[in-house]
Design a protein around this ligand. Structure first.
Ligand code: PXP
Length: 252
């Protein structure tokens, strides 16, 4: 398994959900996620990611309208596989739609999508999105059965959930971290061999990004919470620039 030809640049998608989290803590209009997205664009983001959750806890419908109008880089629209979200996606036709699992009680997207269990439903669900020209990505754990199912339903892209790897690193469980990393590496190669484009994300930081960015099959990383948090200390542009630098260093 693995690559025989050189790969293109590793893209960085900046997730701006948590700019909206801060805004919504008080209501009102600031900080404005659209302004953050434009700044991220100028700072070298290759795309912007935003998750319109069912409960609208951060990004709002108006934010998606604004992003679609304002962005010059592609929007990666994250959404649950619900009829409401499908209608919104079909109205906007963003460059990419990433299907994620969603539970109201969770703090963040805790696991990958159960594609294997919901194969028929998901195949029907993504068909109109593909027909509308959206690049459909499926957010899944680094698991062979899930990757095979994502391939069968006709997804163009899988995004591998890096949360278990990042959590193990943060908690000092280094044997688990290394095992999770090995699993991500093997499954990135497996998915690539099936013809899927491979992305990765969730929980990545300056401390954890390098080994994932070094996987040659990974074409895009989507990173949000850490970058927005780091922006408090160094500003959004330098926070993104440092992430880019680490990604490029890893790739070289
Ligand atoms: N990718 C997907 C599919 C996600 O759901 C999220 C979180 O919204 C991210 C990437 C970014 O994760 P984080 O905010 O932890 O960097």
């Amino acid at each position: 398994m693995g690559l025989t030809e050189p790969l293109g640049k590793l893209r960085l998608g900046v997730n701006i959900d948590h700019v909206a989290t801060v805004r919504n803590a008080r209501g009102g209009a600031y900080p404005d996620p659209i302004r953050a997205a434009k700044l991220a664009e100028d700072a070298g983001a290759d795309g912007i990611t935003a998750h319109l959750r069912e409960d609208r806890r951060h990004i709002s419908d108006a934010d998606i309208d604004g992003l679609m109008q304002a962005l010059t880089v592609p929007l990666n629209f994250e959404m649950a596989a619900t009829d409401e979200m499908q209608k919104i996606a079909l109205r906007h036709r963003p460059h990419a739609v990433c299907i994620v699992p969603e539970k109201r009680e969770e703090r963040t997207t805790e696991g990958g999508l159960e594609v294997a269990r919901e194969e028929n439903h998901l195949a029907h669900f993504i068909a109109p999105l593909r027909d509308a020209g959206c690049r459909v990505s499926i957010f899944i754990a680094a698991d062979r059965a899930q990757i095979e199912a994502a391939n069968r339903i006709g997804a163009a892209v899988i995004e591998l959930h890096t949360g278990a790897y990042c959590d193990a690193h943060a908690e000092g469980r280094f044997d688990t971290r290394d095992a999770e990393l090995a699993r991500l590496r093997d499954m990135a190669a497996f998915a690539h061999d099936l013809g899927l484009e491979v992305h990765a994300g969730h929980g990545l930081t300056y401390d954890t990004v390098t080994p994932v960015a070094a996987f040659p099959e990974v074409m895009e990383l989507n990173i949000g919470h850490f970058i927005i948090g780091e922006a408090i200390f160094r500003g959004l542009t330098p926070a993104i620039a440092e992430m880019r630098r680490l990604m490029e260093e890893a790739r070289a």
